[in-house]
Design a binder for this molecule. Structure first.
Ligand code: F3S
Length: 414
């Protein structure tokens, strides 16, 4: 058996011996196993956790049984912990076409996490926890699991997390610890791929297309962008960075990127390794084709991957004002963001046009085909990637404007 590399504190050793009960023992065993796999020498406290692996479609009954057993053993989170999206809107699932049987199972998954104290017992399922109060600070060690949230937290907020797996994140929440390896160590945060952007992306979907191309080339490397036409604080600047990172995390396994002079670590220090490769992007538009099937008829437009911010919902509402859709258009977001959108009248505008705004949900992890959809258009590279590879439907990745035009005119090809 491989010798452990970890030096555990007296408290961690007592948990391992079972002094804190079976649930804590199981959790610390997972963290220790991960630490040994990655050659960590110590565990570190984390300030927050974000858990993925919430969809009943993906977990199935064995996953639900596992979570319920852990919760029944007395598992409790000891740091602020948020939950990834579920397959469906937890309140309005019938409007999406889910069966009562599926809804009951999905509710049982969330109930198991609630019993563990996730979200203070009232989880808000979302992949954008940083839009609803879980905002780590520069240099904070955290243990987040959802790939787009991970890359946003590392890059845009300057927090430190690896891409945690589902059980690893739950174990981190229960112990309040993670193993110190990978992106928790400053020396591993230097970029190894310089990306010179000659094309000038302007919109959120153009940043997403750029990210699709770069992610495909970067794999697990850390990109360092130069030449991005992004003004800090300009409208939708954060949404563009959100889209860029999510796309790279999908077509590659990018967990951290830097933008010269913009992202926090790159503002304060040279974050590009002396020995690096260089990638020149002359045109982001091939990113659209990369994730599009040859499909003539689209039957759903999905906006909100990662979950939409209020500003993104306002953009959709503005584009739809006074118009009538001929196919469904769904916007997904965190529930508190929808509440703000309701207060501002944005949901009314979208619904008057025939669209719908759903909370909690992610279509990539939903049984999209059994909801009756075979071809989905989206302005998100990440959505297109997972709709094709996980949900098993045809996808068309295109600009938000073009998505909306399609939803206004059923007869047109996208
Ligand atoms: Fe979020 Fe689902 Fe997209 S988790 S980032 S909406 S694939």
């Amino acid at each position: 058996m491989k010798k452990s590399t970890l030096n555990l504190s007296a408290e961690e050793q007592s948990w391992l011996a079972g002094d804190g009960g079976p649930a804590l023992k199981r959790a610390v065993e997972i963290i220790v196993a991960l630490g040994n796999i990655y050659g960590a020498t110590r565990l570190i406290p984390v300030k927050s956790v974000q858990i993925s692996g919430v969809s009943y479609r993906n977990l199935g009954q064995p996953g639900l049984d596992f979570l319920q057993r852990w919760a029944a053993e007395g598992a409790k989170v000891r740091v602020p912990t948020t939950l990834n999206p579920t397959a469906m809107d937890m309140e309005n699932w019938a409007a999406q076409g889910f069966s009562g049987e599926f809804a009951q199972k999905q509710q049982a998954v969330v109930a198991a996490f609630s019993q563990m104290g996730v979200g203070g017992g009232h989880p808000v399922p979302t992949c954008t926890p940083y839009l609803v109060g879980n905002v780590p600070a520069l240099g904070d060690d955290i243990a987040w699991a959802e790939s787009s949230a991970v890359v946003y937290a590392n890059s845009v907020l300057g927090a430190r997390t690896n891409r945690e797996g589902g059980p690893g994140a739950v174990a981190a929440a229960i112990t309040g610890r993670t193993a110190a390896y990978g992106l928790h160590l400053v020396e591993n945060r230097l970029a190894t791929l310089k990306v010179e952007v000659k094309a000038q992306p302007r919109t959120i979907s153009e940043y997403s297309a750029l990210g699709a191309l770069v992610g495909q080339q970067a794999g697990k490397q850390i990109p360092y962008f130069v030449g991005l036409p992004l003004e800090p604080g300009s409208p939708l600047a954060l949404e563009k960075l959100k889209a860029l990172g999510a796309a790279m995390a999908a077509t590659g396994a990018v967990a951290l990127y830097h933008v010269e002079g913009i992202t926090p670590e790159a503002r304060n220090a040279p974050m590009l390794a002396t020995a690096h490769q260089t990638l020149v992007i002359d045109d982001y538009r091939p990113g659209y084709a990369l994730l599009s099937d040859p499909v003539a008829k689209i039957d759903l437009i999905w906006v909100g991957c990662p979950h939409s911010s209020l500003a993104e919902i306002a953009w959709v509402a503005e584009a739809l004002a006074g118009r009538k859709l001929t196919i469904p258009l769904w916007v997904t977001c965190a529930r508190p963001v929808k509440e703000l959108a309701l207060q501002k009248g944005l949901v009314d505008i979208i619904e008057s046009a025939g669209g719908q705004v759903f909370s909690d949900a992610c279509m990539s992890i939903a049984p999209v085909k059994s909801l009756g959809f075979n071809a989905v258009a989206t302005p998100s590279a990440k959505a297109a990637f997972y709709l094709r590879n996980l949900a098993g439907v045809l996808a068309r990745f295109c600009s938000l404007e073009r998505c909306i035009e399609t939803a206004l005119d059923q007869g047109r090809e996208v």
